[in-house]
Design a protein around this ligand. Structure first.
Ligand SMILES: Cc1cc2nc3c(=O)[nH]c(=O)nc-3n(C[C@H](O)[C@H](O)[C@H](O)COP(=O)(O)O)c2cc1C
Length: 260
């Protein structure tokens, strides 16, 4: 953040200081501009992002994924998914730290997907090693790299240096193979493994419309989810009947003083 320049105002929000409750899956926030009605700090956080020109999203790796508050936040994004054009011009970088070489799991991708579901303009992401608190600061190369990324937040010319074998659309290096094609599990971009002599390489076929493009977003959030919501409303009595036997089982338990 310092690398963006002294004139820029900076704010740090620690997600674990906020009260971000679990999404209830009620879909009432699906129409554009209807905020989530759960009373907590989500709208405070979104307002701080609305007020920002650039966002840094960061998390340590915990058990191969991001710290849990990232997922709690991401689960609440239905409320902004129909109106997130407002975030499209805000540059973003994501930063993760992990303690053990090559044991970072899906942490970086989880942060990148969070930024992409918000429709932030993700310009780069980086994963840095440091097991103990502040250990990551010990290596000057880490600081050099992260400052370069930070300067990118305010540099329209900044381009991520592509890494070999990563999805060219969302930069995932976690890929699925169905026996024929390689598929990015995040944006859906397809590719294949080409073998030439002793060499095998990944070739991707990016499409203009993928899960995170404006059209991909419209298809999922406007078309698919709205259609499912209408279907659910029409069939809700039937679904209630299907559900009732499971709800009335006396196997449900909760801690004393806590009603389900
Ligand atoms: C609960 C927990 C789980 C962790 N899981 C992993 C892991 O799966 N892989 C890894 O490389 N480091 C793991 N670590 C190490 C942290 O990623 C590391 O301590 C952290 O990135 C240091 O940065 P911090 O001071 O910002 O937390 C874990 C640490 C904790 C506390």
């Amino acid at each position: 953040m310092e690398a963006t320049g002294a004139d820029n105002q900076k704010e740090i929000i620690r997600l674990t200081d906020l009260d971000i409750k679990a999404c209830k899956g009620c879909y009432s926030c699906l129409p554009p501009d209807v905020p989530c009605h759960i009373k907590d700090d989500l709208n405070y956080l979104l307002d701080r992002i609305r007020a920002a020109d650039a966002v840094v999203l960061a998390s340590p790796c915990y058990f191969l994924g991001p710290q849990g508050s990232i997922k709690m936040l991401q689960d609440r994004f239905l409320s902004i998914s129909n109106s997130c054009r407002e975030f499209a011009n805000k540059t973003c970088i994501t930063i993760t730290t992990h303690g053990v070489p090559n044991v970072m799991g899906y942490t970086e991708m989880a942060l990148n997907v969070t930024a992409r579901f918000m429709n932030l303009k993700l310009i780069d992401s980086g994963s840095f090693i440091g097991a103990s608190p502040a250990e990551v600061l010990e290596d000057p190369k880490n600081l050099e790299k992260v400052r370069q990324m930070g300067r990118g937040l305010v540099d329209p010319e900044y381009r991520r240096i592509p890494k070999a074998g990563e999805c060219p659309v969302c930069w995932s290096d976690i890929l699925r193979y169905d026996g024929t094609s390689v598929i990015c599990p995040f944006c859906g971009t397809k590719g294949e493994i080409k073998v030439e002599g002793q060499e095998a390489r990944l070739v991707f076929y990016p499409q203009a419309d993928h899960r995170f493009s404006d059209e991909g977003r419209r298809q999922h959030f406007d078309e698919f989810l709205n259609r499912k919501k209408q279907e659910f409303i029409a069939k809700r009595h039937f679904y209630k009947e299907l559900q009732t036997p499971y709800l009335s089982m006396d196997w449900w338990i909760s801690p004393p003083g806590n009603s389900r």
